[in-house]
Design a protein. Sequence first.
Length: 436
Amino acid sequence: MSNQRLSVVYGIVLAAELGRIPVIPGFILSGVQWSTKDIAANDKSVHMEELYDVDYFKLMLDSVGMEVLDSRDAPPISAYTFVDMNSLQGDLVEALHVHRSVNHMSIGCTLFKLDGLYFSGRNNRILWTALNAMRPNKNIEKTVTAITKKLKSESPNKRFTFVHLRIEDDWVLHCIRWSHIPDGVIRNNCYNNTDTIDLVLEGLNVKNTDPVYVASFWDHVDSGTEKAIMKRLADAGYKVFTSRNFKKVASRDRETNAMVDYEIKYESIYSSFSSVQSDFVRMDLPLLPELEQHMYVLYTQPDVFFNKKVTVSSFSIPLPEVIGMVADPSSPSGVDGSVSLINLPKARKTYTLFKDFVLNHTDCPRFDKGPGVVGAYYEFYGDSVTNDLMEKEFAAKPTNPVELAANVVHFNGPKPHEYWDYVQSGVCPAHLDPNV
């Protein structure tokens, strides 16, 4: 499913470069590749509306100047001239410009065929708009809502853990082929820790008080493998749910099933461990050699806009003993941890102790004072964090009362391009709460 989504994005960016109008392709529902050959062209495919909200997709791309044509409104396939991309040499865009005189052009799958330089500038906006515009249709959205509601109802904390196990038979065969390519390269990165996923979850301190949703297309999973994994999870005390627990999903084809799982992922608390890593990465700021000669560093998350030039005089005296975060009464932790002023010498001195505290915490990344690195700072450094809070006026959020004097604006939630898309289209992006 992800490859099909990316193929659409590549095709739209390619059309933008060529000055052509892209036609929405069909989507393959089987998604199975049993050999090194491509999926057969006659495999069952359906119109985009079977999975996505087509009207929304077209509307959002129109907001960035890209017209997209529904295949039902396009010329018949007999009107197209097919250009075999495998026969082209060099840069794809330049090679296809040779065919600029062709009125209607048909090409193969564009996935990974474009150089990265084509995804900058205006095309970067087109890329992200296309990805964000592929929101599920109403039927799939209702299914996802019903499943996540059930999963959250099984937890005293109203949350669950999402795990994707790529263990279908075609993937197992792929891993065998991948690891046995006779070129002397060791490839042992395809099927790792899958049969011992319970140990992985325990190693990440995923508690069994919350249910675990395990995503896979179970119709294509070896029954013995499935039973062994489920037994290990059950023995570890995890309450496991799969698509088999929900008839609306279990009866669907593989790609629709993947679409539902994809959307469920965004409702979970551990959809990706990289989100936890990115939260704690600021711990290592004191170790950066580029900061060795500095006393303080202002850390901000990437979704922050600098409204003013920030200097030492922008902060109240005395400066923080260890770390200063912006007071935010609307936040559960009372601070906006996306903006932090860090005392580097003090942070270096306590780095090892703080790191050991975090790594040895039995419920990481949850702490008594709150989740993530902000909770860790509060719990480890104690009153010094509370006493060194910066004024709430230092940073503003679009969801809080306007602070015209704010030094920075933290776009927590909707990002600037999403606000702009809403202004132009009047439609809230699918992954955002419409009440925002």
